[in-house]
Design a protein around this ligand. Structure first.
Ligand code: TYD
Ligand code: MG
Length: 450
């Protein structure tokens, strides 16, 4: 017998009857009716005891990771794709998800024992073929199928027995058991659950593509985040050619890793030397520009922090930030005023991370402060200086993690002078790596504790 449930399209909560406002997430008019065909029956019987195994007897080697042969992607995945796991790749439409996955799929197919199945629900297989030819991602073990129906996908997977399955995208996947439209929360959630369960049972790796949209027309992949083993976001803006792949969650490796790519006419190319890319357009000898040595996951990265300080025309001066938390910039502006005595109450402050990078760590504080002071005084900072350090509300400079990696990256890129927190200074010196740190000019890196 068919049964109706009422599902909130914003948060996925289920209700017995229609209501105007979802009590779970508070959204209005987000609840729609769905008819479910009877299928899953709860038997209500007693469960049977399952076999257990000692943790020490479980063989790790039986589940080796598969390398995608794309270094930047492997790093983000924590070393490769784990069989039986589910990975979600989210990102704005047109950012390059399909391109990246097609490149990865062809390499996985070329080096695997069994085929890679690429299920496309968005493009025709001719379109995918044309793209594959252009970006040189062709292999006979890479099987394409155009499908939207979940049940046909599962049947195809059962027949092909692939090593890796890519579903592009989860928003176009529909189950014929549900009456709701493609992309609604219940379709996305139920289809993903079925695909993930199937992957765990048969042992293939599953990669799901999910679009993130601001309108609520397509359910964002947020609903899926807790269902999958790893969540990766593909970011970047259309104005820049580079794209950043970022791990948000990973059950098999560290989160917070990034991979950097450049979109070219022959697909995505991994960029190992990301600092050089972010500093490429740096204007030297300009007030308000400093170089920050930050960490993205385990990877040191140098970025340019820019500040502009201008007399305000508003009654409340503006504090604005791109690539940084605005609240943090407002706090640092206050620290500058109260603790260092630079009067900014009649000035607007704008801070930007050049090149479209996003920095979330407090180690950027010192760089933001110095950029603001440099902009306010209209005095440029020497262009061989890099820095890092957290600043507290009393104006104290605090140590940050991994100072040695930051110092090494700065030295590698030819910076000869590093400003760093006092406690980190000792650590960098104690580690006795200073002698090995030589800039391109050949002079040793000079350390100044702040
Ligand atoms: P796509 O992978 O289709 O994005 P998504 O799957 O995330 O929606 O990428 C589409 C964009 O990438 C499109 O604007 C064209 C561009 N592109 C290139 O610049 N070079 C290429 O080699 C390819 C395949 C795409
Ligand atoms: Mg696509």
């Amino acid at each position: 017998m068919a049964k109706s449930i009422f599902v909130c399209q914003s948060c996925g909560a289920e209700h017995r009857k229609w209501i105007g406002q979802c009590p779970d997430c508070g959204d209005w008019n987000s609840i729609s009716e769905q008819v479910i065909e009877a299928g899953l029956k709860r038997t209500g019987g007693k469960g049977k005891a399952l076999a257990t195994s000692p943790i020490t007897s479980i063989n790790r080697e039986s589940n080796p990771r598969r390398s995608s042969r794309i270094e930047e992607l492997d790093r983000v995945l924590g070393g490769g794709i784990v069989p039986g796991s589910a990975v979600l790749i989210g990102g704005d439409p047109g950012i390059g998800k399909s391109t990246l996955l097609l490149q990865a799929a062809a390499r996985l197919a070329a080096h695997g024992n069994r085929p890679v199945l690429y299920i496309t629900g968005e493009e025709s297989i001719t379109q995918v073929h044309l793209r594959g030819e252009r970006i040189e991602s062709m292999h006979e073990n890479l099987l394409l199928v155009s499908a939207c129906e979940l049940e046909s996908m599962l049947a195809t997977i059962g027949e092909v027995k692939p090593e890796t399955v890519i579903v592009d995208s989860i928003q176009t996947t529909v189950s014929n058991r549900l009456s709701s439209a493609p992309g609604t929360v219940s379709q996305v959630r139920d289809c993903a659950a079925a695909l993930i369960q199937n992957a765990k049972q048969t042992g293939h790796a599953l990669i799901l593509v999910g679009h993130v949209t601001k309108e609520g027309a397509l359910a964002g992949p947020r609903v899926l985040e807790h269902m999958v083993d790893a969540v990766i976001y593909f970011e970047g803006d259309r104005g820049h050619a580079h794209r950043i792949l970022r791990t948000v969650k990973n059950r098999f490796g560290p989160a917070g890793e990034i991979g950097v790519f450049e979109m070219t006419d022959r697909g995505l190319i991994g960029i190992r030397d990301a600092s050089r890319l972010f500093l490429a357009e740096r204007s030297t000898d300009t007030p308000g520009s400093v170089v920050l040595a930050c960490m993205e996951g385990t990877r040191p990265l140098l970025v340019e922090v820019q500040a502009l300080v201008a007399p305000t025309v508003y009654s409340t001066p503006k504090r604005s930030a791109v690539g940084l938390d605005t609240g943090r910039v407002a706090m640092l502006t206050a620290v500058l005023e109260r603790r260092i005595g630079i009067p900014l109450s009649q000035h607007d402050v704008y801070v930007n991370i050049a090149g479209g990078a996003r920095i979330a760590e407090p180690a950027a504080d010192l760089a933001v402060l110095l950029a603001m002071v440099s902009a306010f005084q209209e005095r440029p900072v020497a262009d061989d200086v890099a820095l890092f350090g957290e600043v507290g509300l009393t104006g104290e400079v605090r140590p940050v993690g991994q100072p040695e990696s930051r110092a090494r990256e700065a030295a590698n890129l030819g910076f000869t002078h590093l400003l760093l927190p006092g406690e980190n200074h000792q650590r960098v010196q104690k580690a006795n790596i200073i002698a090995n740190m030589r800039g391109e000019s050949g002079s040793p890196l000079r350390l100044s504790a702040v």
